[in-house]
Structures are given as C-alpha cells and as structure tokens.
Design a protein around this ligand. Structure first.
Ligand SMILES: C[S@@+](CC[C@H](N)C(=O)[O-])C[C@H]1O[C@@H](n2cnc3c(N)ncnc32)[C@H](O)[C@@H]1O
Length: 75
C-alpha cells in the first residue's frame, strides 16, 4: 500500500474482502501517504460491513466507502 500510494501515485483503491477492521487498514495506510486517497471496501458479510462503517473513517481530504456485494458479481 505504501509503495502504491507513494512511489506509484495511485489514489483510488478497491479492497475486495474487507474483513473485520484491524490496525493499519487499507485506507489508513493509503491516507497516511496521500490523505486525498479514495478507498472502496467490498464485502458480503453484513457483520463486517457494520463494523467497517463504524470504524473505518476517512481522512477529511479523502473518501472511504463500503459496498455490500459478492465479488463474484462485478455488475
Ligand atoms: C480473511 S478475510 C480478509 C481480511 C483482510 N482483507 C485481510 O487480508 O486481512 C476475508 C473476507 O472476504 C470476505 N469474502 C469472502 N468471499 C467473498 C465474496 N464472494 N464477496 C465478498 N466478500 C467475500 C469475507 O466475508 C471476509 O470478510
């Protein structure tokens, strides 16, 4: 994440299979390097999404959002 957000300069990330929030989540690492980074988390476990919405909050400059979806159904 640090390499992609830093050296490569990527500012949009799609995190498939979010899992329960822990330390150094995707958006935290990306937004430490580049606060304007935009991250969308995708998971199909309702419990994961409840925790994610409560705990994974964006930097003021960036965006963090969540999609309740099955990654095998990209449409
Ligand atoms: C082991 S956790 C991964 C957590 C975190 N990404 C990590 O690498 O530490 C796997 C997550 O993928 C989600 N998952 C599994 N199959 C999925 C699918 N078909 N669509 C969306 N999410 C899925 C599960 O609900 C679970 O939260």
């Amino acid at each position: 994440m640090r390499f992609l957000a830093g050296e490569v300069g990527i500012r949009q990330f799609l995190d498939l299979g979010t899992g329960l929030p822990t330390a150094d989540n995707t958006h935290q690492v990306a937004q430490q390097v580049a606060p304007e980074s935009r991250i969308v988390y995708v998971d199909n476990d309702p419990l994961v999404l409840v925790h994610a919405r409560a705990l994974l909050t964006s930097s003021p400059e960036g965006v963090t959002d969540y999609v309740d979806a099955d990654v095998r159904d990209p449409d």
